[in-house]
Design a protein around this ligand. Structure first.
Ligand code: SF4
Length: 446
């Protein structure tokens, strides 16, 4: 095993189990999701595995290190996704399983311990170390949970060692964040009192976090904690009285584990666009019994700024057709924003999974008759997309250039996860992302 700097998951149905990954799999076509018929497809897929989450998680938690235990393929994936960041002092890397590890000639656990010792002696700034499982480590049944426990005995309290899986067998793209946060839930300190406290769940850019914090302060909502925190070593407490306001729609496992520790979920649409952000903040305001005038006053300046900023993009997008391929689970909230605030027509809204617990409030806001699809059979979906000739197609990097070559404007969905797009002050930036590619196509055409 050597330390190196640095798509496809099981089906899942909608239920309220603590562990949705383990839920029963039912590949059924045309199953009704309340009043929305959902096309459930299973076939070839074009998605990232959960390792990609490391790219934004390591930026968020500045004292954490993500050590992937995987193959050169995994190292390449992280390196390509993280781009130039690999040249800075990285806080992620891959312990590459060599042939001797795979053939069982070397004790992979001993090798891992050696790599971790080498890493921690070189990097005293690391306070939390995540051992991240991959397809190869899972296939050879390397028990990273046990390895993390053993390493914890050696390094805690100086360094806490946790583990989760980001493998393509178990996770799709943003589910990597869900798995990472879920691994932290058991070590969150127990809340000392039952007094209400707000926990915002889902990694947000620091600038967005500060904006929300200011708004909560103005309304008198608090205390507020953000999970994940900026430093993995200062974990927020959880227990009775914790109210969860979820900022990212892909945190099914984390939300359920927090609820199992006594927290209460405040179901809400997500803070994308003006409407989404207002409804999201209102959900918290209602839970705290905040006066409507106080609420309106607190949000008014930001709403006014966002409305002005959005105006131009709204005119460009109005009446245009959008087709969203499944990728990040952000598709439904984004489709709601594009349709209700930008006047776009939704041809199809694809998403890897629909978890009713976290998505009902969003689905209720979609226009009646929206074609929702869950899972993917990429060839069939491409045929539907080509036939509809949408004005903008939201899809992963693998499909974007081929579709551009066919004359369709595309938006890389990965940018929607990497960029700060939540909240009022980012609303115009969010709309601009969808305008940019059509605008570029228009400028380049002669
Ligand atoms: S975890 Fe699996 S899907 Fe992801 S890069 Fe490694 S081998 Fe590929």
């Amino acid at each position: 095993m050597a330390l190196q700097p640095c798509t496809e998951t099981p089906d899942k149905t909608i239920n309220n189990d603590l562990h949705p990954q383990a839920s029963e799999k039912t590949p059924v076509q045309g199953v009704a999701t309340q009043d929305f018929p959902v096309l459930k497809e299973r076939g070839q897929r074009e998605v990232f595995c959960g390792l990609t989450g490391i790219v934004w998680l390591h930026r968020k938690m500045q004292d954490a290190f993500f050590l992937v235990v995987g193959s050169r393929t995994c190292a390449h994936l992280i390196q390509s996704a993280a781009g130039v960041m690999i040249f800075a002092e990285p806080r992620f890397g891959t312990a590459v399983l060599g042939e001797r590890d795979l053939a069982g000639l070397a004790d992979a656990n001993d090798e891992l311990e050696r790599v971790v010792a080498q890493l921690l002696s070189r990097r005293p700034d690391i306070k939390t170390l995540f051992l991240v499982g991959s397809c190869p480590s899972e296939v050879i049944k390397l028990d990273l949970a046990k390895a993390a426990e053993k390493l914890n005995h050696r390094y805690f309290p100086g360094v806490r060692v946790l583990n989760y899986s980001g493998s393509g067998i178990e996770t799709t793209f943003t589910e990597g964040e869900d798995a990472c946060l879920a691994s932290m839930v058991p070590v969150l300190p127990e809340k000392e009192t039952e007094a209400p406290a707000l926990m915002v769940v889902g990694s947000l850019a620091d600038v967005v976090e500060d904006q929300f914090k200011r708004l909560f302060d103005q309304m008198g909502i608090g205390p507020v904690s953000f999970f994940p925190p900026r430093r993995a070593s200062s974990l927020p407490s959880v227990g009775k009285g914790t109210k969860l306001l979820i900022a990212q729609p892909f945190l099914s496992g984390t939300a359920r584990l927090l609820m199992a520790r006594g927290a209460e979920l405040l179901p809400s649409p997500y803070p994308f666009g003006i409407e989404g952000t207002t409804t999201w903040l209102k959900t918290a305001a209602e839970a705290w019994g905040i006066d409507a005038d106080v609420f309106d006053q607190a949000i008014a300046p930001a709403v006014a700024r966002a409305t002005t900023g959005l105006e131009h993009y709204k005119q460009v997008l109005n009446g245009r057709k959008a087709f969203l391929f499944p990728d990040s689970q952000l598709e439904i909230p984004l489709a709601r924003f594009l349709s209700r605030e930008c006047g776009m027509e939704l041809i199809e809204v694809g998403t890897p999974y629909i978890d009713r617990l976290l998505m009902d409030a969003e689905i209720a806001l979609l226009p009646k008759g929206t074609a929702l699809s869950e899972g993917q059979d990429v060839e069939k979906q491409l045929d539907r997309c080509r036939e509809a000739r949408p004005d903008i197609t939201v899809c992963g990097l693998g499909l974007a250039n081929p579709l551009e070559a066919e004359g369709l404007s595309t938006k890389w969905s990965i940018e929607l996860v990497f960029s700060p797009l939540h909240g009022y002050d980012q609303t115009a930036d969010l709309a601009e992302l969808f305008v940019r590619s059509t605008e570029r196509r228009r400028r380049l055409s002669v």
